[in-house]
Design a protein around this ligand. Structure first.
Ligand code: FAD
Ligand code: NAG
Ligand code: NAG
Ligand code: NAG
Ligand code: NAG
Ligand code: NAG
Ligand code: NAG
Ligand code: NAG
Ligand code: NAG
Length: 645
């Protein structure tokens, strides 16, 4: 059916343009209606029906499906026929919106798509994150795709197979497209995934045999200079589509003289997984988490319903979407967030490496910076730092030390105690310090574009609480664990910030409570030999997750990890990602998604299902199946032994 006709079938009413509360974007007004479903031939109506629109038995009989142990895959007899997929395509806002997956590196392998020149071009561009973000099925942590189709000089997979990529993608251009995708997957027993940019660290935006909803094209942005919300807020706000990325949002905010709380990464999908998972920001030590500033979401729930969640409507869902994680409670089509008056920023960056000064001085200098974590974060700054071993050389890289609202003079004085320490150690120090007029040029000037992850990297992370840094004993213990991790060959990327207070925000949400007491979010990267045997890889992963990272957990009892930048094998993830908020999140999930339409690894309510990967490694290359005969749902108490710090 043509999109034109759908605009006539609109179920929604528009608020007057002057009211300065969120109105729907044009693409959100193109919706699937019950009337339209009922107007279709019966078999098709069952295929696209909302949950509960018809009797359950009728839907199951019509699509000839009963709930099975695993979601149906392309090899199953009950996988939709070509004709079924064509029917889906025909209902979408454009038939071209349905894409059958062809992995982009298929040009590098024998077959009908082989193309040497294209393969060379792709290989050259492989580490460029845009190559993957702008592709319908790629993800930025390729290890979780299963490495089944990578350019041979990057990783030779022998042949190109679809592996953990979805089978089909809906390149969504309207709410209608997303509603149809959800209903089709639910009614047909298919696995559903959501991909926005593919940044997720654990592979949550891919999945074998799935229908993927790609939200990347939902780019609308609307500025309000005086948005009035039922919760009492009145002031500037921005509503942005689910596909809007940091570089686009920051530019739009800057065009209106405001700034918003969003990520450091240039290409992160701010209104997708980022804000749904909480979202840390260069402004976090002043404003808390990005999710603290959400005014409302437009969202399509697992039943296929388009709805609004804000402080006065669907309050439980509103609470859960602010930190409860992506791909769990529905697919978000846009988010409205508070905006703040722009402020000047000063940033500093520097590198210290051990080759010129020796290891002892290097570690003493690193320790001197760690001793400043609390004061620096409490002064509103955000530091992005890397400690990376390279052979016998270790580098300590600050890129950048970001000080919103401060002048170069203030930054020099804040760095003063660190400088004195380095001078006493006789370590040369000449940071590059730059004053910027506003947030946008500072962010543009200071945060580099991050590349596609290496095929052999797995990561894990931990939130280190303020209490670890309060006493010299605590700092000694914490520092020694970090130093041991690096000396054992892992690199660390870490963020020193204190998202304790949501200045001007509302922290009554699902954000991991561990964030509020933390001073350091540290990520360790572990290099694996992707070509070694399954058992060798599993044992390397065990020593990382249960060895290296267990040491981090042991010295941070009761704290947690950031779900958006976490180990896929995170133990006790319910407590780790949500602490005492898990029980409420789980009850909201169960109420909203009785059929587990939305599933992602380690997402709220994901306990009942697992990916049975074909090679036994933790990745998306296998069917999503019910966990055999186990009780599923209770959140466990922390298992790590408390250690005094
Ligand atoms: C280079 C880089 C820089 C980063 N910088 C930061 C940073 O500064 N601060 C920070 O907090 N994090 C940062 N992250 C982590 C980032 O927040 C997560 O990777 C996040 O999941 C990205 O969301 P996305 O929508 O862009 O990615 P995707 O991988 O596409 O999606 C992530 C998850 O959210 C789900 N999802 C996506 N869109 C929707 C939607 N519309 N509705 C429902 N579910 C959805 C997906 O299914 C998936 O489960 C960074 C990651 C990378 C790789
Ligand atoms: C490589 O990436 C750049 C930057 O995104 C792009 O402009 C260029 O077209 C790409 N080249 C190829 C051959 O894909
Ligand atoms: C909150 O959602 C309700 C229901 O859609 C809507 O009527 C109301 O205007 C929304 N509030 C704002 C401030 O947009
Ligand atoms: C800012 O840093 C200074 C200098 O280290 C310190 O004395 C002060 O307590 C910090 N400010 C706050 C608000 O913590
Ligand atoms: C490691 O050091 C070598 C030699 O100095 C250099 O060529 C290489 O680029 C470095 N690697 C990284 C990842 O920094
Ligand atoms: C050590 O690392 C630094 C920064 O990464 C680099 O400039 C330097 O050349 C390296 N030294 C050696 C000996 O590899
Ligand atoms: C901390 O470590 C240093 C260096 O090893 C040591 O000299 C100091 O006594 C330790 N302090 C405490 C309180 O343990
Ligand atoms: C870590 O240990 C736990 C408990 O023994 C185990 O269940 C888990 O599988 C281990 N994780 C890894 C990655 O081996
Ligand atoms: C679950 O049981 C089925 C058979 O009923 C079996 O094929 C499958 O491998 C089992 N999966 C797991 C994870 O044990």
């Amino acid at each position: 059916m043509a999109p034109m006709l759908f605009s006539l079938l609109l179920a929604t009413t528009l608020l007057p343009a002057t009211s300065q509360s969120a109105s729907l974007f044009p693409y959100e007004k193109v919706q699937l209606t019950r009337e339209h479903v009922e107007s279709l031939p019966e078999e098709d109506a069952q295929m696209f029906a909302f949950e509960g629109q018809f009797e359950e038995e009728m839907v199951e009989a019509a699509v000839n499906k009963t709930p099975a142990r695993c979601r149906y895959g392309p090899d199953d007899g009950k996988w939709p026929s070509e004709k079924g997929w064509q029917k889906l395509a025909k209902q979408l806002s454009s038939t071209a919106a349905l894409i059958k997956t062809i992995p982009q590196a298929s040009v590098c392998y024998p077959g009908s798509t082989a193309d040497d020149a294209q393969c060379q071009a792709l290989t050259k561009n492989w580490t460029n994150s845009y190559t993957h973000i702008d592709d319908p099925t790629e993800i930025l942590s390729p290890i979780y795709q299963g490495l089944t189709c990578v350019p041979p000089t990057i990783y030779n997979s022998g042949s190109c197979t679809i592996g953990g990529y979805p089978a089909y993608v809906i390149n969504a251009k309207s709410a209608l497209d997303l509603q149809l995708g959800i209903n089709f997957a639910r009614n047909d027993g298919l696995r559903l995934v959501v991909k926005n940019t593919g940044h997720d660290f654990a592979g949550k935006s891919a999945g074998y045999g799935s229908l993927s909803l790609w939200t990347h094209g939902l780019k609308d942005i609307q500025f309000y200079d005086n948005y009035v919300d039922e919760s009492g807020y009145s002031g500037p706000a921005i509503k942005a589509g689910a596909g809007v990325q940091a570089f686009e949002l920051y530019k739009a905010a800057n065009d209106h003289g405001v700034m918003v709380v969003a990520g450091e990464g240039q290409t992160v999908g701010v209104m997708g997984g980022y804000i749904l998972g909480g979202g840390h920001s260069p402004l976090s030590s002043l404003y808390g988490m990005a999710a603290d500033h959400v005014l409302g979401f437009e969202v399509i729930t697992p039943s296929g319903e388009f709805t609004t969640a804000n402080s006065s409507s669907n309050q439980d869902l509103f609470w859960a979407l602010r930190g409860g994680g992506g791909s769990t409670f529905g697919v978000v089509t846009s988010v409205t967030v508070k905006a703040f008056k722009d402020i000047p920023v000063t940033a500093a960056s520097w590198v210290i490496d051990s080759s010129s000064i020796g290891k002892d001085k290097f570690w003493a200098a690193t320790r001197a910076f760690l001793d400043r974590f609390t004061d620096n974060a409490d002064n509103g700054t955000y530091t992005y730092l890397t400690i990376a071993p390279n052979g016998s050389n270790i580098s300590f890289i600050v890129q950048p030390f970001f000080a919103p609202g401060q002048t170069a003079k203030q930054v020099n004085s804040l760095l003063g105690p660190y400088l004195s320490k380095l001078t006493a150690l006789n370590v040369p120090f000449s940071p590059k310090i730059t004053e910027y007029k506003g947030f946008y040029p500072a962010w543009q000037g200071e945060f580099p574009l991050e590349p596609q992850s290496d095929v052999s990297i797995a990561v894990g992370s931990r939130l280190f609480p303020r209490s670890n840094f309060q006493s010299e004993t605590g700092r000694n213990i914490t520092f020694n664990v970090i130093k041991d991790t690096v000396e054992a060959g892992q690199s660390i990327v870490a963020f020193n910030m204190a998202p304790t207070l949501a200045r001007g925000g509302n922290a009554d949400n699902a954000v991991n409570p561990a964030w509020r007491t933390s001073i350091l979010h540290a990520i360790a990267g572990h290099r694996l030999d992707a070509k070694s045997s399954t058992s060798d890889i599993l044992s390397a992963r065990r020593s990382f997750t249960n060895g290296t990272l267990q040491k981090w957990r042991d010295i941070t009892p009761g704290s947690g990890s950031y779900l958006n930048e976490a180990d896929r094998l995170e133990p006790n993830w319910q407590q780790s990602f949500w602490g005492e908020k898990y029980a409420r999140l789980l009850s909201i999930k169960k109420e909203l998604d009785k059929k587990d339409v939305f599933w992602a690894v380690n997402a709220v309510g994901s306990e009942g299902w697992t990916v049975e990967s074909v090679n036994g490694l933790p990745n998306e290359n296998g069917k999503l199946c019910k966990v055999n005969g186990t009780a599923t749902t209770t959140s466990k108490a922390p298992t790590s032994t408390p250690t005094a710090v």
